[in-house]
Design a binder for this molecule. Structure first.
Ligand SMILES: [Zn+2]
Length: 379
């Protein structure tokens, strides 16, 4: 992985390169960022840079033997530890057993979550773990001479899974052998042992911006720009979320939203019924994503109404749609009540309520709300 293949995170990249160039790369680093922000890809880019035999100032060459071995996750001095499960009852979990699967997983989904990974190895409901035995293995491996005579890099993906066993590593982290980098990638430092946290230097990742995710989806996943923008908008800064959203959301979300609001604003029962039928046939994930998308556009419309000069970070058509809503000048309470009604619908749909009934009820609620009324239901 090149640094240039890691989406966004320019500050973190710059910080890591500065540490390297100034000779101040610590022996224990913790890259911290929420799921889907690129912790693992960034760690692999750093490892590739370290092992590259012809590094340029800002990136590895991608062609030398060192780069090629890191790309395949097969460099003899790059050691990988990650949560795994016992392969059979009565055996112990170990990263070594799953190395081939891990290579496949990272190749397919470098931004994948730990949940995705555990599904990938059919963990089902089993919790992943990095065991005490694996910690002892790490100590032994790093105390050996490097195969290629240079750096040794131990990558630990999700030190949260070390549990108390992580204390076995403390001495190693404090006084590692020369030219050794222990590179951890965490998502939630609250779940990392304090003893480990206090001995590592942290590099924090930011949530990815809508533009960064949109660009990545278009250029890497060949997603059509409109859908890429919509998925990025809902992804909460996570590239992985955006990919999942696209997986579950088969079509453009603005089109059904236009139809729905058209039916609501014109009090057209036939249009609304058709919309309920059509939306009711899609899956629950699509319905949920559609409703989240609607909430976001309503939020932007409200801001456009209240904040002079507010420009929503949305594709042109979505921004135009929000702008038209803003011009209707609904009271902020109306927006608030629409938001609450949509939240309740999502809540029920997630719990397997009958979607068509929920969507019809929501449509009627929305009609009442835009007329400044509330639908009272007596049960
Ligand atoms: Zn290279």
């Amino acid at each position: 992985m090149h640094f240039s293949e890691v989406t966004g995170q320019s500050l973190a990249k710059k910080g890591l390169l500065n540490l390297w160039h100034s000779g101040k790369l610590p022996h224990a680093l913790m890259i911290t960022g929420k799921e889907g922000t690129g912790g693992l890809p960034l760690a692999l880019a750093l490892a590739q840079y370290i092992f590259c035999e012809q590094k340029q100032e800002h990136d590895s060459c991608g062609r030398c033997a060192g780069c090629v071995k890191v790309k395949k996750l097969a460099h003899p001095d790059l050691h990988l530890s990650f949560p795994s499960i016992p392969p059979k009852p009565g055996t112990k979990a170990s990263s070594k057993i799953y190395m081939n699967e891990f290579r496949d997983f990272v190749r397919q989904s470098p931004y994948g979550s730990t949940f995705d990974w555990l599904q990938f190895i059919n963990a089902e409901n089993k919790q992943g773990n990095i065991t005490a035995e694996e910690c002892r293995d790490i100590i032994e491996t790093l105390n050996m001479t490097a195969f290629e005579g240079g750096y040794k890099v131990q990558l630990i993906w999700r030190p949260e899974y070390l549990g108390k066993e992580g204390n076995i590593l403390l001495k190693l982290i404090e006084e590692p052998p020369k030219q050794t980098l222990i590179l951890m990638i965490a998502e939630d430092t609250e779940d990392v042992l304090n003893t480990i946290l206090s001995r590592t230097q942290q590099v924090n990742l930011l949530p990815l911006t809508i533009t960064e995710i949109t660009d990545a989806l278009i250029s890497r996943n060949q997603v059509e720009p409109r859908r890429a923008g919509q998925a990025a908008q809902l992804a909460e800064g996570s590239y992985n979320n955006a990919l999942q959203l696209l997986h579950y959301t088969g079509s453009d979300l603005l089109l059904p939203l236009r139809e729905w609001f058209n039916g609501i604003f014109t009090n057209n029962g036939i249009t609304l019924n058709k919309w309920v039928e059509d939306m009711g046939k899609t899956g629950r994930e699509q319905q949920k994503n559609f409703l989240l998308f609607t909430q976001q556009l309503l939020g932007h419309a409200l801001r456009m109404m209240l904040i002079p000069g507010y420009a929503p970070p949305l594709p042109e058509d979505e921004a135009g749609f929000a702008g038209k809503l803003a011009q209707r000048k609904f009271a902020p309470e109306v927006y608030q009540k629409m938001d609450t009604a949509i939240n309740q619908t999502i809540h029920h749909i997630e719990r397997n309520a009958h979607s068509k009934t929920q969507l019809l009820y929501l449509s009627i609620q929305m009609q009442y709300l835009i007329q400044g009324q509330e639908l009272k239901v007596f049960v």
